[in-house]
Write a protein that binds this ligand. Structure first.
Ligand code: SDX
Length: 430
């Protein structure tokens, strides 16, 4: 039976804190009264040992390489479900009945259009603006259009805002892509499923009929599933923190998009593909592996390593399978990038440095190869990640708002700056 309390002795005083067990996974020491009792803070930059909240949505076992959404393994959801079913599961906590699924699909589909005046936001951007910059701007602007769903204290408005975000992100992402390449926007089509609608909005042109390839649409849908939610990652924690002040959900999602853009996080898929193309051929792999191991070289193998997974990222395995499916469907036999990726993975997984540091391919290692084969330019990869992760951000935001213990997030610090000193007139400064 594990302990119910944890003891801390500080300046010869004994303090006791409650230990709480979850349903699965690491227990927590509740140190919320630590400062009041001891006048000391905990110190955990990067939150490597900090549980910032209680959640029922997603569980990751980094040692086993397992990922559960509301208890269901990602492998089963990716094999048997579709993205909107996973959205329903993340939002409501249970898999939908047939009627619930039909109603949910109907509601999402009929929220996919954006206000016609949204089009004008795009014309303000340079055509060569990074699509993620466009996403940050346009998604943040949504709160200017939907005043009827920004009262976060109203459960109905919270759900309306959630549906709008899930429904409109693919439309806005496709518009960002079309604007970037100078093609006209394509309106959503209500008789298409979520992934097919998105592919059509991205790749259809007014001059000819666009036929959705069902194999590619299924692959796109599965890629959305794999990116839907991932516990308290950096962008989800950003959305929670923004939401804890009472900011409206559209602004919170825009904050999540901004955080996801970083190459250490969602930007890694774009960085990984750029890395694979820089390596170019398998014979250059040892040079890059050596650089990744060199403490004095800031270079890292993009798409490798993870804060939580110290085993294979289960999503990477499913993504690798999807890569082969997509390349096979498109008749791409020997993709040089895939050849480099497979060889790099093999080499890294047999290298003591990567074994000792438990660095495995993560979801971003293979996703870029797949997305490029589907026809997306590299700078759209993180945009696609943000489309999928919107449901995770929204579900986690909703859970936080509905948590009766929720308070504004306000961490403290270890101050190592100047002690108090008096102002010096400018003519007396050296
Ligand atoms: C995502 O959190 C999530 O769940 C994120 C995500 C999600 O779905 O939301 O899973 C999506 O962001 C996946 C991760 C994508 N990022 C990358 O692929 C970028 C490359 N990876 C690294 O930057 C790094 O692995 C992180 C950012 C992912 C994790 O960083 P940590 O946990 O802070 O680990 P660390 O930087 O402290 O590394 C531990 C050691 C270090 O060596 P030492 O200082 O101990 O000697 O491992 C080394 C690092 O130098 N290391 C790497 C490496 N990643 C870590 N060395 C070479 N190549 C790498 N990729």
């Amino acid at each position: 039976m594990s302990e119910k309390t944890a003891k801390l002795s500080l300046s010869s005083e004994e303090h006791e804190f409650n230990v709480r067990e979850g349903t699965i996974g690491p227990r927590v020491v509740d140190i919320s009264s630590l400062y009041k009792e001891t006048g000391a803070f905990t110190y955990d930059p990067g939150f490597t040992s900090t549980a910032a909240c209680e959640s029922k949505i997603t569980f990751i076992d980094g040692d086993k390489g397992t990922l559960l959404h509301r208890g269901y393994p990602i492998e089963q959801l990716a094999d048997h479900g579709d993205f909107l079913e996973v959205c329903y599961l993340l939002l409501y906590g249970e898999l939908p009945t047939r009627t619930q699924k039909e109603d949910f699909d109907y509601r999402v589909t009929r929220h996919t259009m954006v206000h016609e005046q949204m089009n004008r936001f795009f014309t303000g951007f340079r055509r060569d603006a990074h699509p993620m910059a466009v996403m940050c701007g346009t998604v943040g602007a949504l709160s200017a259009f939907y005043h009827d769903s920004t009262d976060i204290s109203d459960p109905h408005q919270r759900m309306v805002a959630s549906m709008r975000m899930i429904a409109k992100m693919p439309t806005i992402a496709a518009m960002a892509y079309k604007y970037h390449i100078g093609q006209p926007f394509v309106y959503p089509q209500n008789d298409l499923d979520y992934a097919s609608n998105f592919l059509r909005m991205c790749f259809a042109v007014p001059c000819e009929e666009y036929k959705v390839n069902p194999v590619l649409a299924r692959a796109m849908d599965r890629i959305f599933i794999l990116h839907a939610d991932h516990e308290q990652n950096a962008s989800t924690s950003t959305v929670r923190l923004a939401g804890s002040s009472g900011a409206n959900p559209f602004a919170c999602i825009a904050a999540g998009i901004a955080c996801l853009w970083g190459p250490a996080h969602g930007g890694a898929n774009e960085a990984a593909l750029n890395m694979l193309s820089e390596i170019g051929t398998p014979d250059r792999i040892p040079e890059f592996v050596a650089r990744a191991k060199d403490k004095d070289d800031p270079f890292r193998l993009m798409g490798f390593g993870h804060r939580v997974y110290k085993n294979y990222d289960p999503r990477a395995k499913i993504m690798q399978k999807t890569t082969h499916e997509v390349l096979g469907e498109l008749g791409i036999k020997d993709d040089p990038m895939l050849e480099v990726a497979l060889e790099l993975e093999k080499m890294a997984l047999n290298d003591d440095y990567f074994i000792e540091k438990k660095l495995y391919p993560n979801i971003d290692f293979y996703s870029g190869i797949t997305l490029r084969a589907l026809g997306f330019p590299t700078n759209m990869f993180t945009v696609l990640f943000s489309v999928a992760r919107t449901v995770g951000w929204i579900a986690q935001w909703k859970e936080m708002i509905e948590d009766p213990h929720q308070r504004i997030g306000r961490p403290r610090q270890l101050y190592t700056g100047a002690t108090e000193r008096d102002y010096l007139p400018i003519d007396r400064r050296s």
